[in-house]
Structure formats: structure tokens, C-alpha cells
Design a binder for this molecule. Structure first.
Ligand code: 9PG
Length: 511
């Protein structure tokens, strides 16, 4: 196993090929940059002295972490990590191939490929320089899928959650009027089940009809699907047990719990699954959807025994290649997606957990030691540490809010989210037009239309159109609390029920 010296030349990157390498530093680094595996996974600079503590509730570990390392005692990073010795002295080690992981143990940084070997980039310098060099090296390997204007999106999730129905969406479409959105995207709640991607009873006219209405308004129609997971009520789960990914004991691989219940991963190397995937994607494209938000994608890359014996991230990428071939012109937004294996195939990617109409779900996130969990603060923090991905792919920090109704975020917090979205260059909201005051609606219009000039002023600090903004306020990790997991979980769900579900249900039953 090669032990590598810290690159002597600043800014002269070294490239090497190896299955694993170890860097021994003379002193312990002050900070460690940890990059999360998939969209929602915590990414930030860390104090390496703090122990790597697991998410306390097992039920969230699969959905939020890279499961094989979820209980690791060492700080683990996916594809890239960096260590800092003083403000201008950063060493970055970045894998350029699938399956690269890095772990820090005091003064030693170990980098390895989960299977086989691959290329590494080692570079030393200032933070912005080393990350930019890594992004450039990735860009050579995974050329940007296409360079077009980033679409401005209205998405149904963050107001209505699963409580959508045809009549309500038609009403919203009318009320959006001439607000300059390029895409109206229908999120979770339209399908029969997770796995049966056909319109349910709440969409009696069918999904093609809704797409046609959206397109008549001069916009692209967008649709959410989670094609790599199924729930036990789906026909795949019940009629094609051989399509499920299985662990070494032959048990179906649990892919986490979501709003539809318990989910299980598909074996995306199985020829019948690939055939079904192609049919499913072709069908929604045929319905008229040209923007696909593909969610819970990590499931395809969970560990397990596959029909084809290929590494887990290669299995994911192969399935995404099929999606891309089937929908060559669609805008693909990857969500809950392993980051590096999505590059060059998808147009955009979510780079943080979900936002919420409140700053922090303290029980589910702080008390359970889960900075991956939906919460605006968690979303901003992880996204802030992934801005370096911008040259590679459209980076989606999730929606922003303009509404004050049904919203516990302060005006300052909403403004910070809006500024951050401008920095990312991805603009979307879920606000219902009927929830906006006249001035909020105008502020939204302005946000969608404005030209932005950005200057970087230092770590986390930017000037946006002449205004200084410091995003560093999102960083502090709130203190944990030693309350029982069941109590924290239920209190967290209660907060979601009050702040998220109730307004959505109320809206969905209005005539
Ligand atoms: C639809 C949503 C939205 C959202 C996605 C994804 O159970 N959970 O903890 C959980 C967390 C996040 C989540 C869903 C469930 O969000 O990021 O934009 O599309 O799915 O279900």
C-alpha cells in the first residue's frame, strides 16, 4: 500500500492510480472536510477531534448515510476529503472513479476504492483552489451533460406534500398566472404506489392530461418518480420478488422509510428490472413530461448481491445510463442520489437534504444526531459545502420560500435561502399562489427574473448584486440531547404534522 507524501508543490496536482493510499501528516489537521455520499448526506468541515457518532435512530441510517460506514468510528467521506493545517494550507485527496472512500484516523488519511483500483488526485493549496482543481479533473472524466439555462421550477412538494390531486393542481396552475416558471413539477402523491407508476384515483383524467394542461400554459411539465425503490403494496414487491436487491442472507434490502412507508431496493442489474425501467421512463416521457425528478436513487447503489456481479456504484450508473438513453432530451434532476456516479448523466442534482418551513427539527435532527435530516439549516449547511460542484452539474439547493403564511421561518431566514439559491443559480419554490401576499408574489417574480452577479469575499462570504451576505451562520451544529429515540422521533413527527402536514391537508380539502 503506497504511503504518499503531502504534495510538496502547492497547486501542482499529483495524479496516481491505486486501490488504496495512505497519507501520514506530521501533525493532526485542524479541520477535516467530509463529503456525504448522496444528496442528503451531511457534508461539512469538521473538527477531527469530535468523535464520529452514528445517527441515533437506525431507521434513518439507510436513508441518510452510506450504510457500510454508518457505524464507523472514523470520519468517513465519499470520493473526496480534505484536511486543513492552517487557513491557506489544505490538502485534498479526491477519487476520480466510482467507489472511492476516505477515512481519517488522527494523523493518517486513508483513501481506498471499495473494489478494484482507480485514479486519485492529490492537491495542496487554498480551499477554493484545491476544490476547483478537483472539479476540473472530474469534468474531464464526466463532461457536463449539457449547458443550457437552468430551469425555474414550481414544485408541489413543499406546500402540499402527498396531498395533491388533479383539481387542486389545475387551480394552482391557473393562479400561477404569468409567473415566470419554466417547469411545473408534480411531486410524490400522483402514483398508485411506489413501484406502480400510473396515475392513482386522485388523478382521474390521467397524467398525460395534466402534462398537456401544464404545457398549454407555456411551460414544461415535470414529474417525480423514485424508480429504484418499491413499497410492499406494489405489484413488483408482490409479483416479482426476484427483482428485489437481496443481502447475503437473501433478505430484501431495506432502503429506508419515506412518506409511503417502508421501501426496498430493486436490483437494477436484473434484465427484467432494466426492461421495466425503460418502459416506465418511456411512458412518462410519452405522457409529455420532459423534466424528471428522480428520487431515492441511492437505493440502486446499496450493498447487496446482484444479478450482475458489478460494484454497487457501477450498478447505479449503468441504470442511470439507461434512463438517460430512454429520455435523451429530458431534464434529469437526481435526488437522494450518489453524487459522483450521477455526473455527466444528469442535468441537475440536489446537493442537500430537504428544506422545511422551519429552521430546524430539533428532535429529529439535533437530538438524534442526524444533520442529514430535512430542516432548512441542515439543507443550507450541506449545500454550502458542495458549491464546488457547480462547474460539473446544475446544483439544486432545494426550494425557497416567499410565503409568510404556514411558515415558521423568519423573514431573515427566508432571505438567506433566497440568496443562497441565487448563488447556486437554481431557482425553485413550492409556494401556493393563494398563500402569497401581493408583495410576496412580486418578490417571487423579481427573484425569478433577476440577473445576478456574484463575488466571492472569503469563506462562506459573498457579495450578491452589491450586497454582502455571510452564509456561515448556518454552520454551527446544535447540541444533542440524551432523550430516548422513540420520544425524539415522535416529537419530531409531531412538529412535521403541525407545520407541514396540517396546512397541506387543509388546502387539499378546500373546494
Ligand atoms: C417526496 C420527497 C420530495 C423531496 C425529496 C424526498 O422520510 N423521510 O425522512 C424523507 C426525507 C426526505 C424526503 C422524503 C422522505 O424527500 O428530497 O424533495 O420529493 O422525497 O417523497
Amino acid at each position: 500500500m503506497p504511503t504518499i507524501d503531502i504534495p510538496a508543490d502547492r497547486n501542482a496536482p499529483q495524479r496516481l492510480n491505486s486501490d488504496r493510499l495512505t497519507l501520514e501528516f506530521p501533525t493532526s489537521p485542524q479541520r477535516f472536510y467530509r463529503h456525504g455520499w448522496q444528496s442528503w448526506t451531511f457534508s461539512s468541515w469538521l473538527d477531527p477531534q469530535t468523535p464520529a457518532l452514528p445517527v441515533r435512530a437506525a431507521q434513518f441510517r439507510v436513508k441518510d448515510e452510506d450504510p457500510p460506514y454508518a457505524l464507523s468510528q472514523q470520519h468517513t467521506s465519499a470520493w473526496v476529503a480534505a484536511v486543513q493545517f492552517n487557513p491557506d494550507e489544505i490538502v485534498l485527496v479526491g477519487g476520480l472513479d466510482l467507489g472511492a472512500r476516505l477515512q481519517l484516523e488522527e494523523k493518517r488519511l486513508s483513501a481506498f476504492y471499495e473494489s478494484g483500483s482507480g485514479e486519485w488526485l492529490l492537491v495542496r493549496g487554498k480551499e477554493e483552489e484545491v476544490f476547483s482543481q478537483y472539479a476540473q479533473a472530474l469534468l474531464e472524466k464526466y463532461p457536463r451533460h449539457r449547458q443550457e439555462k437552468v430551469p425555474r421550477v414550481w414544485c408541489s412538494w413543499y406546500s402540499l406534500y402527498r396531498f395533491i390531486h388533479e383539481k387542486l393542481l389545475r387551480r394552482i396552475l391557473g393562479k400561477l398566472g404569468d409567473l415566470p416558471f419554466d417547469v411545473i413539477q408534480i411531486d410524490d402523491g400522483w402514483q398508485i404506489s411506489t413501484g406502480d407508476w400510473q396515475a392513482n384515483h386522485k388523478f382521474p383524467s390521467g397524467m398525460a392530461d395534466l402534462a398537456a394542461r401544464i404545457r398549454e400554459s407555456g411551460r414544461q411539465a415535470g414529474l417525480w418518480l423514485s424508480p429504484f425503490i418499491v413499497t410492499p403494496d406494489s405489484s413488483i414487491y408482490n409479483h416479482h420478488p426476484d427483482w428485489l436487491l437481496r443481502d447475503e442472507q437473501g433478505k430484501a434490502v431495506f432502503a429506508g422509510r419515506n412518506w409511503s412507508g417502508m421501501t426496498y431496493a430493486l436490483d437494477v442489474t436484473h434484465p427484467a428490472v432494466l426492461e421495466w425501467l425503460e418502459e416506465t421512463i418511456a411512458r412518462v416521457v410519452e405522457w409529455g413530461y420532459s423534466y424528471l425528478k428522480l428520487d431515492f436513487l441511492y437505493a440502486a447503489a446499496l450493498p447487496g448481491r446482484r444479478y450482475q456481479d458489478i460494484p454497487r456504484e457501477a450498478a447505479y450508473r449503468q441504470a442511470m445510463q439507461l434512463v438517460r438513453r430512454t429520455a435523451p432530451r429530458a431534464y434529469l434532476l437526481a435526488c437522494g442520489a450518489p453524487i459522483l456516479p450521477s455526473l455527466g448523466l444528469c442535468d441537475g442534482i440536489r446537493i442537500g437534504p430537504d428544506v422545511t418551513p422551519y429552521w430546524l427539527n430539533r428532535p429529529l435532527s439535533a437530538w438524534l444526531n442526524n444533520p442529514n435530516h430535512p430542516s432548512t439549516q441542515n439543507a443550507l449547511r450541506t449545500c454550502l459545502h458542495r458549491l464546488w460542484l457547480k462547474p460539473l452539474i446544475d446544483i439544486d439547493p432545494d426550494v425557497v420560500y416567499f410565503r409568510s403564511k404556514h411558515n415558521a421561518l423568519t423573514a431573515e431566514q427566508r432571505c438567506l435561502m433566497q440568496d443562497f439559491a441565487l448563488l447556486c443559480g437554481f431557482r425553485s419554490t413550492s409556494d401556493l399562489p393563494q398563500w402569497l401576499t401581493a408583495s410576496e408574489r412580486e418578490a417571487l417574480r423579481h427573484f425569478l427574473e433577476m440577473e445576478v452577479t456574484v463575488e466571492w469575499r472569503g469563506e462562506y462570504r459573498y457579495t450578491l448584486n452589491g450586497r454582502d451576505v455571510d452564509f456561515g451562520v448556518v454552520n454551527p451544529l446544535p447540541a444533542g440531547k440524551n432523550v430516548p429515540v422513540w420520544l425524539a422521533t415522535n416529537l419530531g413527527f409531531l412538529q412535521m404534522g403541525i407545520d407541514e402536514v396540517l396546512p397541506a391537508v387543509w388546502e387539499s380539502i378546500q373546494r
